[in-house]
Design a protein around this ligand. Structure first.
Ligand code: IFM
Length: 441
């Protein structure tokens, strides 16, 4: 159990759990279109065992029981995402079944007293848009805004909050420079264009939704603390560069209308013509910002191509992902984000959690390591609040075990265990810990 209680957090602090569409819904159902993740998973060696999201947790059919679990634990909010390819299978043409699904899902949240916190884009780009260049193509800004208008035209009246993009760094850098995620591109020019276009699309979608009268609009930035591997000046510089292209680039674009010098020095020649003129849109005012935090990286310089560094193993205990457990980073990012970028704007921790090799024994999943992870990170949240950060909520990743992208179904992040043979759900000890803290039924 946690030593924290609800009363240790400010009045009205929102506790939620998060998921995303492709990771849980089951894209074989409901007329969803093909996505870049279906294509990526079909390629050799891209995804563990070639697994995809065709069935996933079958949330498409089981959403009511899943929402019951959120309600029973006493959560206030559900952070979910809307699949572009479910709503518009070719990225442009509406699938009424897709709209109907999110309409039912929204009402089911409200019936259970859960605040619907939507994210427009959590990575399942329709393949037809990838055929047109995907995030390399500047037109994606208008395409995303059209999608935003379509889905929010149907459910926007009932949303508590709407975010545009989940994790800009993953959409752009991880997927177009490192090639670890769909579309699996390893190309510096594609990466630079995606980095700029994902921000332009974000701002364009914000402007469109604002024009529709929607409020409480934000965006979700993933952050990973960068620690130099040793005392050398080169290691400090490598960590600063990592911090710039991973953490500062997107939030600086969105809130300050400029990119870090180190990144422009390296990627400037690859950015699209006229990128400096887009910041009026990219800085479209937001009502809140979300921070996703999991771990830190230990950065060592190397002689390879830009960015001339790599991550090396660190000394701290690690999760099933091999990620170091470093709660201090969450506290420090929240303090830094408010101090450098967002000021008095409400902040949310929109994702935080760990994967663990959980098993069911006698109907019980005793995930003590996850309870310890949440315990230490909730303490970091309280430290940030005590330091004056206007933090308004915390969302655990994830409500249930799901499709962990290139790592398939092997890595378990859920508060609820999912048996991927039977699709049976078993609340873990960590779910019970939240329930005890939140006063669920
Ligand atoms: O599962 C992902 C999620 O889709 C985005 N944030 C990180 C999680 C864990 O890797």
């Amino acid at each position: 159990m946690f030593t924290h209680s609800r009363s240790d957090f400010p009045q009205g602090f929102v506790f939620g759990a998060a998921t995303s569409a492709y990771q849980i819904e089951g894209h074989a159902h409901g007329g969803a279109g093909r996505t870049i993740w279906d294509d990526f998973a079909a390629g050799p060696g891209n995804v563990v065992r070639g697994e995809d999201g065709a069935l996933a947790c079958d949330h498409y059919h089981r959403y009511e029981a899943d929402l019951d679990l959120l309600q029973a634990a006493g959560f206030d909010a559900y952070r979910f995402s809307t699949s572009w390819a479910r709503v518009m299978p070719d990225g442009r043409t509406v699938n009424p079944e897709g709209l109907d699904f999110y309409d039912r899902l929204t009402d089911a949240m409200l019936e259970r007293g859960l605040k619907p916190c939507a994210t427009l884009y959590h990575w399942e780009l329709p393949s037809a848009l990838q055929d047109k260049g995907g995030w390399r193509n500047r037109d994606i800004a208008g395409w995303l805004a059209d999608f935003a208008e379509t889905i929010m035209g149907r459910i926007g009246d009932r949303m508590y909050s709407v975010a545009t993009i989940n994790e800009f760094w993953c959409v752009a850098f991880l997927s177009h420079f490192l090639g670890h995620h769909a579309p699996g591109t390893r190309d510096i020019r594609a990466a630079a264009r995606a980095m700029h276009h994902v921000l332009l699309a974000h701002g364009t979608a914000i402007e469109r939704m604002r024009g529709m009268g929607l409020s409480n609009l934000g965006a979700v930035f993933n952050m990973e603390w960068a620690t130099p591997a040793d005392d050398r000046a080169e290691a400090a510089e490598a960590a600063a560069l990592y911090d710039d292209y991973y953490n500062h680039f997107y939030i600086s674009g969105a809130f300050k209308g400029r990119y870090p010098d180190r990144v422009v020095d390296a990627l400037g020649p690859h950015l699209p013509d006229g990128w400096q003129d887009d910041f009026g849109t990219i800085t479209a005012p937001l009502d809140w910002a979300g921070v996703n935090y999991y771990t830190r990286s230990i950065i060592a310089p190397n002689d390879g191509p830009w960015p001339h560094h790599n991550s090396v193993p660190g000394p701290l205990p690690k999760t099933q992902m091999g990620w170091e457990i470093y709660p201090q980073g969450l506290r420090d990012f929240l303090v830094r984000t408010a101090a450098e970028y967002t000021g008095d704007l409400p902040l949310f921790v929109t994702e935080n959690g760990m994967s663990n090799a959980d098993t069911v024994a006698g109907g019980v999943v005793q995930d003590d390591a996850r309870i310890a992870y949440f315990q230490s990170h909730l303490a970091a949240v309280r430290d940030a609040i005590a330091a004056g950060v206007p933090l308004k909520g915390y969302m655990a990743w994830s409500l249930m075990d799901n499709y962990e992208w290139a790592l398939g179904y092997e890595k378990r992040f859920g508060l609820v265990h999912v048996d991927f043979e039977t699709l049976e759900r078993t609340p873990k000890a960590s779910w019970h810990a939240f329930k005890a803290m939140l006063g669920g039924d």
